[in-house]
Design a protein. Structure first.
Lengths: 276, 243
């Protein structure tokens, strides 16, 4: 994909030229009777295709449904590629982003974020026979991860001497680990556990190191300056938290019965502030 | 692998339909067919315009064909989907963007195939038809086109097959055609990339091979018609006996 960089700059250019939002988006949504939410559909368990029903399901989808219900409108999901997430929101093709989106300071310049909906760490998976038991032992070794996310800068910060090799998708990096192209594979905790869950019999050959490289707050993306919509989304999320529904959703998708197998929830949906 | 097929075959064929947008192999076929059928008359019109004696028509069309031929489809798709709406304020869906780009590209390529076919035919054909009193368009339709179509068939099939494969570029704008669906399935299954992409390759091959065979059969039939008409009227030379 030699085109990747070219396209990124292209999206940037398009974004610069895009006219500022004119009308109040909240009023538009209510008038249409429909809220269009952008999801990835490729990131289990945040949003993915359920093979039995061929519908997109997941934590992001359940949150979107709650927001649509609060608004009293129909929910329409639109599947997006990772690269197109923010431009689609800025151009108004979608009303809301629920696409495993990390909330960081850099992105705040372009879009607004809802309250943090999920906090996930970033960790490293290694092969057991590599003998590596701590992140620091990766110094001078090849480490694999996905290009363009927050994973690459985080591993470079944690282990400055590591030889980081990046791939277009995290799946390619994971396959690289299985084929011995590197000793470690960096990703969000949630995705790592999910990948691990799919290894089946091969699970005994891999281990996820206990240290967190960083803490990633995920949130919903809202077009810049749409304060009315942001307030409503945040209110809906607060209600979910208060009624205990948010906790139920967390355990539904990330709990002991899921592939991710978290046994406790270490965050609450109550803040839209981030550190990094 | 059998388990993967059993779980995902419906998704592979029709995507999220009917609860969501149509996708998968069906969408690939719909877009390829639409792209070809719509491009056909447009390509013909472009060819005629390009060869027309009036520069006001031929120059801009020639320029357009050169521009389209000189830009990658992938870039045009990206342009149409992200850049155009930000200038015009008009939002176009993924499906219409893909279809529009394919029609534009196919029309430009087809127009060159038409032009080659028409120019390969001796101008005497057209002149004779005109001198017999046929109008410009009647001469094109009744005398030139039937012969041109026969000669163009192999190039047309080439273009059609390549269109089917070009639909896979739609994944860049998130169009849920069959390659996109296959990569989704791969994402979900995670442990069987070789098998899944082999199935995808097989699907494309079956489509393209099928189309090639139909074209081959058509070519043979047309050739039979031609030789039969020659046998029945040996004394009258047919229009097709031009070099």
């Amino acid at each position: 994909m030699r085109y990747a960089r070219f396209m990124t700059s292209f999206i940037l250019l398009a974004t610069l030229l895009s006219p500022l939002a004119k009308a109040d988006q909240l009023a538009d949504i209510k008038k249409k009777g429909e809220i269009v939410v952008g999801v990835l559909g490729t990131d289990e368990p945040n949003s993915f295709i359920d093979p039995a029903t061929r519908k997109i399901v997941g934590y992001d989808v359940d949150l979107s449904e709650a927001i649509a219900k609060k608004l009293g409108v129909k929910l329409t999901l639109k599947q997006l590629s990772v690269a197109a997430r923010i431009p689609e929101l800025e151009q108004g093709r979608i009303d809301l982003l629920a696409a495993s989106l990390t909330h960081n300071k850099e992105r705040e310049a372009k879009i607004d974020f809802s309250l943090t909906t999920l906090v996930t760490g970033q960790r490293v998976m290694v092969r057991k026979d590599s003998g590596i038991t701590a992140v620091s032992q990766l110094a001078g070794k090849k480490v694999l991860t996905v290009k363009g996310g927050t994973q690459e800068p985080n591993i470079r910060k944690a282990v400055p001497t590591a030889d980081v090799v990046t791939f277009e998708t995290s799946l390619q990096a994971f396959i690289g680990l299985q084929q011995g192209k590197g000793l470690g594979y960096v990703n969000d905790e949630v995705s790592l556990f999910n990948n691990y869950g799919k290894l089946g019999d091969a699970q005994k050959d891999y281990v996820i190191l206990p240290q967190n490289l960083s803490i990633e707050p995920l949130a919903l993306g809202i077009r810049k300056g749409e304060l009315g919509l942001k307030k409503l989304v945040d209110d809906a999320l607060r209600e979910l938290e208060k009624s205990g529904e948010a906790e139920k959703l967390f355990f539904k998708w990330y709990g002991p019965n899921s592939k991710v197998k978290f046994d406790k929830r270490t965050f609450r949906i109550d803040s839209d502030k981030v550190d990094g | 692998m059998i388990e993967v097929i059993q779980t995902y075959w419906v998704y592979f064929l029709i995507g999220q339909f009917p609860d969501g947008p149509l996708g998968g192999l069906t969408l690939t076929i719909v877009i390829a067919a639409g792209g070809l059928l719509l491009a056909f008359p447009l390509g013909f019109a472009l060819a005629i315009a390009r060869m027309s004696p009036w520069p006001i028509l031929s120059w801009p069309i020639t320029g357009m064909v050169y521009v389209v031929r000189g830009t990658p489809l992938l870039m045009v798709l990206f342009w149409a989907y992200f850049f155009l709406p930000s200038i015009t304020g008009q939002k176009i869906s993924q499906f219409s963007t893909m279809l529009g780009a394919l029609v534009l590209f196919n029309a430009a390529y087809l127009s060159e195939i038409f032009r080659a076919g028409i120019q390969a035919l001796s101008t005497g054909q057209f002149e004779a038809a005109r001198s017999l009193g046929l109008s410009y368009f009647a001469a094109l339709r009744l005398v030139v086109m039937p012969q041109v179509m026969r000669n163009m068939l192999p190039s047309l099939v080439n273009q059609f097959v390549s269109t089917i494969k070009d639909t896979s570029l739609g994944y860049i704008i998130g169009l849920s055609e069959v390659s996109f669906i296959a990569s989704q399935i791969n994402n979900l299954v995670l442990t069987k990339p070789t098998e899944i992409y082999f199935a995808l390759a097989l699907a494309y091959f079956t489509l393209c091979f099928g189309l090639s065979r139909i074209a081959f059969w058509l070519e043979r039939r047309l050739a039979q018609d031609e030789s039969r008409s020659k046998m029945h009227r040996p004394s009258k030379p047919t229009l097709l006996e031009q070099p």
